[in-house]
Design a protein around this ligand. Structure first.
Ligand code: SF4
Length: 666
């Protein structure tokens, strides 16, 4: 036995780190490849099937190696899991003393300066915000890390955190009177001193894109980078290599300038007029978005920037000439209003630190607006606009990130390890490698130890509605055989939808169904926080959870609490998505087919994630139902099937029912 095999043997030290530990050949294969990559400082791209134990496979070699390592995960939740659970367990099992640290984005740490400012002002529109703020002040008095996830009394998503955390735009950095006890600075210092730092992809990309003061300092010091959940990296990197400007940020500039201008330079200008002009121009800009709530122009009695918008994304190139002119006029008005305040802030910047800060912010906004308005149409970027509920954001996004990524990779001779349960399509990594420009990397598939043929059944029913039907999920659930199947399931069910609209339709249908089945609990995305939904789903044992994209991955429910996954249709990205459109046009200019090069592989990876929710341990059994006949009836659908776990397949609902009944008897 090699030292590595001894380490991963069922009687070896790792068995002390996890209850029920057993030797898995896929795990040893992966760990060996990672150890080799660390030694040679090269690049490895590895797919680890469900159940391989990829976390231990990279942590064990890293903990036994000299040098500094950075581990990046897709979410903050996974970061906490690694830092609080996996790394300490493994450290103690291996008897090593490596210093570990976790680093999150600045919005995850309390900002003592802003907290104090708002404590003095003490103005809150709603009583619950004032109460939450009091809890935050209490938390600030005893926390040692300032990590807001430790403040149990206030939800991490509470809006009031904006008054107690910083952004890169409003942080005073080295000029801050609280810099010596600043939690953001302290977390960065701990990260700089640690042997292993756990970050998330957003932070890693911010570091690469030098998107924050103090960033860009982490990667150069690192010898090994492990990117877990690597399938999510390209989209996050694309977002970070973008330049963006939102009406929300314009609103912050206006409101902060008004408050700070009146406080420290009241005589300098008519602050209400200057700031009101920005708010008005921003509100007019929002109204350029097709479908904006107010239509036409501003209404006199409407408070600017507060009317809800619908979620929408639209590319500049898809606008007709008249719309472009309208947008351009609105953008000019925004630029003029920001230039006007910038000039006043410049003259008065020396009167107070925060005026100087606001001057820098307005300067940066002018530059981003200029970039957006004057973009060369041949540049390899897409200009697009996005509306969310209360903001409109302008983006300039590169559709090819390979060069930017390559620059980072060749900068330092270090090991890069990309690992995920879903990277390959039909055994090929081509799509992933091409998107990040990693064609030279070594690739590996570490097979799952699960017996998918025995553990799972994939049903694509013979009789299915048109996959393009707007109410597909309702039509699917209306079929008596499918409803019968749901009645047969003894354990929990996930209904994974491809859109929020489908979530609504499924909720309406299942809402009626649970009235007749009062022992079943219905849990719907958005009704309570995500982690709470998942906890309740696990605890209930036979609940039904309905969710869209965020539930397709990162959810682990072993056992009978989840025995059926129902997916409405193939998760193709909307073809009119501006970034997708731009990438498609770019590929077509190279004579390539956008559907097979982008949409198909990306849908295959997402479907693989969704289907992967079902079997999470050797003893799990279950059924996946996919309500999209294209999966069985088209050549590309059959290609996608080959990427999924190798379940037994059927098109017969009756056979699936028999399978479910047999599960109930086991
Ligand atoms: S340095 Fe920035 S984050 Fe830290 S306390 Fe000051 S303003 Fe807040």
């Amino acid at each position: 036995m090699s030292p590595l095999e001894q380490l991963f043997d069922s009687s070896g030290p790792l068995s002390r780190a996890a209850p029920g530990y057993r030797t898995r050949s896929g795990q040893i294969l992966l760990a060996q490849a990672i150890e080799d990559t660390i030694g040679s400082r090269t690049i490895l791209v590895a797919e680890a099937g469900t159940g391989v134990g990829k976390t231990f496979a990279y942590l064990a070699p890293l903990l036994q190696t000299q040098g500094k390592a950075l581990i990046s995960t897709a979410t903050r939740h996974l970061q906490d899991q690694l830092f609080l659970r996996d790394l300490p367990r493994l450290k103690s099992a291996l008897g090593v003393s490596a210093q570990i640290s976790v680093l999150k984005g600045r919005s995850n740490y309390l900002c003592l300066y802003r907290l104090e400012q708002h404590k003095e002002e003490g103005r809150f529109g709603r009583r619950e915000d004032a109460q939450a703020f009091t809890e935050i002040v209490r938390f600030a008095s005893h926390t040692t890390t300032g990590d807001i996830s430790e403040c149990v009394a206030v939800s991490e998503s509470a809006a009031v955190w904006a008054q107690a955390t910083s952004t890169r735009e409003n942080c005073l950095g080295q000029n801050c009177p609280r810099v010596n006890d600043c939690h953001v600075m302290a977390a960065r210092k701990r990260a700089a001193e640690a042997d292993i730092v756990v970050v998330n992809h957003h932070l890693l990309c911010a570091d690469m894109a030098l998107r924050d003061e103090g960033f860009g300092e982490l990667l150069p010091t690192v010898d090994y980078v492990v990117i877990d959940e690597a399938h999510a990296l390209a989209d996050i990197a694309t977002q970070f290599f973008s330049q963006s400007l939102s009406t929300q940020l314009l609103g912050h500039l206006a409101r902060d300038s008004l408050a700070i201008g009146l406080q420290h330079a009241r005589d300098a200008a008519s602050w209400p007029d200057l700031c009101g002009a920005i708010e008005k121009a921003a509100a007019e800009l929002r109204l350029c978005m097709p479908g904006a709530a107010l239509g036409g122009g501003m209404q006199a009695n409407v408070k600017p920037n507060t009317q809800p918008l619908t979620n929408r994304r639209i590319g500049w190139d898809s606008l007709d000439q008249a719309s472009k002119t309208r947008w351009q006029e609105a953008l000019n008005a925004v630029t003029d209003s920001v230039i006007a305040i910038n000039q006043v802030l410049e003259v008065n910047a020396s009167r107070h630190l925060e005026l100087a800060q606001l001057h820098a912010l307005s300067q940066e906004m002018i530059s981003r607006l200029g970039m957006f308005c004057e973009q060369d149409s041949d540049a390899p970027v897409v200009r697009w606009m996005e509306s969310s509920r209360y903001a409109l954001t302008l983006h300039i996004t590169p559709y090819d990130i390979r060069d930017k990524f390559q620059q980072e990779i060749v900068k330092h001779q270090r090991a890069w390890i990309f690992v995920s349960a879903t990277l390959a399509i039909g055994g090929s990594f081509a799509h992933f490698l091409e998107r990040l420009g990693l064609e030279e990397a070594r690739t590996l598939i570490a097979p799952s130890p699960f017996d998918f043929q025995a553990q799972g059944l994939l049903l694509v029913p013979e009789k299915l509605p048109d996959p393009k039907a707007p109410n597909l999920i309702t039509q699917l659930l209306d079929q008596p055989e499918i409803a019968d199947l749901i009645n047969t399931v003894g354990g929990g069910i996930f209904i994974l939808c491809t859109s929020h609209r489908s979530v609504g339709h499924a909720r309406d249908w299942m809402g009626r169904w649970v009235i007749e089945h009062p022992d079943r609990r219905l849990l719907v995305q958005g009704e309570i926080p995500r982690h709470q939904l998942i906890e309740e789903f696990r605890a209930h044992g036979n609940a039904i959870l309905i969710g869209s994209h965020s539930f397709w991955e990162g959810v682990d429910v072993p056992g009978d609490a989840l025995v059926m996954v129902l997916i409405d249709k193939l998760p193709f990205a909307p073809p009119d998505d501006p970034i997708l459109e731009a990438r498609a046009r770019w590929l077509e200019r190279q004579g390539r087919d956008a559907f097979t090069s982008i949409q198909l592989p990306e849908a295959a990876i997402q479907l693989k994630q969704g289907v992967g929710r079902l079997i999470r341990s050797e003893s799990d059994r279950g059924l996946v139902v996919i309500g999209d006949r294209r999966l069985a009836d088209t050549p590309y659908g059959r290609r996608i099937i080959r990427s999924l776990p190798d379940f037994k397949r059927t098109r017969c609902v009756e056979e699936a029912k028999v399978w479910l009944k047999a599960l109930a008897r086991v």
